[in-house]
Unconditional design. Structure first.
Length: 386
């Protein structure tokens, strides 16, 4: 059925139930041979996570991270750093990520440290390799703007599809498409920063993060044109939806769950889903006759700036975890983020807000039927629209 075909579901099943558990089992065997106590403590943490006992997981988090640091188990310390973010411990997450970078020699050469930038050139690298995800740095425009204000000159390297978006948002800096770098001036030796550098130097408490939030800006003309076309004179909210992912590590609502949500919500819905989705679209169009928009002129895989204009045209977004969710959050669009119980994504599990995206609300599955999650989203509808 559409994207949720038998072959694709088989690949996801294999990776989720065989390949990934086997990889983790081998890693845990090696850990147990070297540090039995650490392996035992990690099993306790994983049991808490699997039971969705977030308070128990939180209680075990810091002792386990300290043991991983002592044993120089950098894979486990990295996992604890990401776990800390999900459990609301932003400062600990930063501390442990920095420790991993220092011990693995992954900090940038000529890295910016705390100090005066008045006469210096700062090169910020949000993209450092081809393997990086597109979402890295989307939520840090405010950090770049603050660092740029301290520097004599500032340049930013991003994935090529993001250049117009960042240039429009921070017009006083030079934005360059990876793998390019700005042309240096004579005798210029720029200081370098990546997202971790910016957090380490400028701070990453929830207050720091919230104070620096700077929404990414879409093209106002293109956004207005799309909104007018989608509404077609109707006085209804515009809600963008994205419902599917090929990633094996996501537990997703079915397209039928989404169809039920469309039936009970009086709005015009806009597909912000990528991929070969024809069969799914037929189900969703039938659930909201005359109220479901598919815009073939928007292709986020090729033109992220037009995709941003599409998001900017909406009153709100309801989505699973994906790049679109991060972009909507980074643009300040009211967003309902649907979180599963797998503890793989970076969304919070102990609360429903993240300081990185102040207008995003997280709706966790929390061992419930998906229908209950969608009822919560509908009930909160007025609170998560512009």
């Amino acid at each position: 059925m559409g994207l949720q075909s038998t072959s694709k579901n088989w690949v996801k099943w294999y990776r989720r139930h065989l390949a990934d558990p086997l990889k983790n089992f081998r890693r845990q065997l090696r850990r147990g041979a070297l540090h039995p106590g650490l392996a035992f403590s990690y099993q306790g943490f994983r049991r808490a996570v699997e039971c969705c006992d977030w308070e128990d997981a939180h209680r075990r988090l810091t002792p386990l991270a300290m043991s991983a640091l002592k044993a120089n188990d950098l894979k486990l310390l990295t996992e604890m750093a990401f776990s800390a973010e999900r459990l609301g411990e932003h400062e600990k997450s930063l501390e442990w990520h920095v420790a991993v970078a220092e011990r693995s020699a992954k900090r940038p050469e000529s890295e910016w440290t705390i100090g005066d930038l008045a006469d210096a050139t700062l090169l910020v690298k949000f993209m450092e390799s081809e393997k990086q995800g597109l979402a890295i740095g989307l939520n840090m425009a405010g950090y770049v703007a603050e660092a740029a204000a301290k520097a004599g000159r500032c340049s930013l390297v991003v994935e090529k599809r993001l250049v117009p978006l960042f240039q429009r948002t921070i017009p006083d800096i030079e934005v360059v498409a990876y793998p390019g770098v700005p042309e240096p001036k004579p005798n210029e030796s720029p200081l370098v920063a990546n997202p971790l550098t910016l957090k380490r130097v400028l701070g990453a408490t929830p207050e720091d993060i919230g104070r620096r939030f700077l929404p990414l800006k879409s093209s106002p003309e293109e956004t207005a044109e799309l909104r007018k076309r989608y509404l077609g004179g109707r006085d209804l909210p515009l809600i963008g939806i994205s419902w599917w992912s090929s990633h094996f590590g996501k537990d997703l609502p079915s397209v039928e769950d989404w169809a039920d949500y469309l039936r009970m919500t009086e709005a015009v819905f806009v597909s912000i889903q990528y991929g070969d989705i024809d069969a799914d679209l037929e189900i969703l169009k039938a659930a909201a006759p005359g109220r479901f928009v598919v815009d073939d002129s928007v292709d986020q895989m090729k033109d992220m700036d037009r995709f941003a204009s599409q998001l900017g045209a909406l009153d709100s977004v309801a989505t699973i975890s994906n790049t679109g969710a991060h972009l909507a959050g980074a643009m300040g669009i009211p967003t309902s983020l649907i979180r599963d119980d797998w503890f793989r994504r970076q969304w919070p599990v102990r609360e429903d807000r993240t300081p990185w995206y102040p207008n995003t609300r997280v709706f966790g599955r929390d061992d419930r039927e998906w229908s209950a999650v969608f009822r919560d989203i509908k009930a909160a509808g007025g609170d998560i629209q512009r």
